[in-house]
Design a protein around this ligand. Sequence first.
Ligand SMILES: [Zn+2]
Length: 145
Amino acid sequence: MIINHRVGEARSLMKDLICDEFQNVVGDLLIRHHSILDILSKLSEANCRVNRAVVKSVTDCGCMSVEATKLQIPDDINSIEELRQHMDNHLRGIMCSNCEDVIISELGKLLFYSAALCNTLNINLYDVFITEYKKASALGVYNMT
Ligand SMILES: [Zn+2]
């Protein structure tokens, strides 16, 4: 019960947490790595660590595996839904909770240094989010990148 209550509180907090607040907290915390060079290198490192965490779930933990082949799409596809059925992310298995925790943590650091970069460049993180959201919404199913 206590755990469920805390999860509920955290979800409620997340709903209330806006990008501006996150960006402000990052700005307050980031004292050591204040140079643009430090931020760029930390952002790059965070990206590498996300990739490494996913790879390690395959090569170290083994909860997931990769089975990749060239995508085979029949010529007679008539709808996006039909096309979706032929898409494959090449991942097999189910991510264990340990790997999920590590990947979430690494993604968090990626967000942290993205916000730090926005602070240094005087860009509002929420504007970045909204701009990308509008682009994705406008493109809809044609956004296949
Ligand atoms: Zn795992």
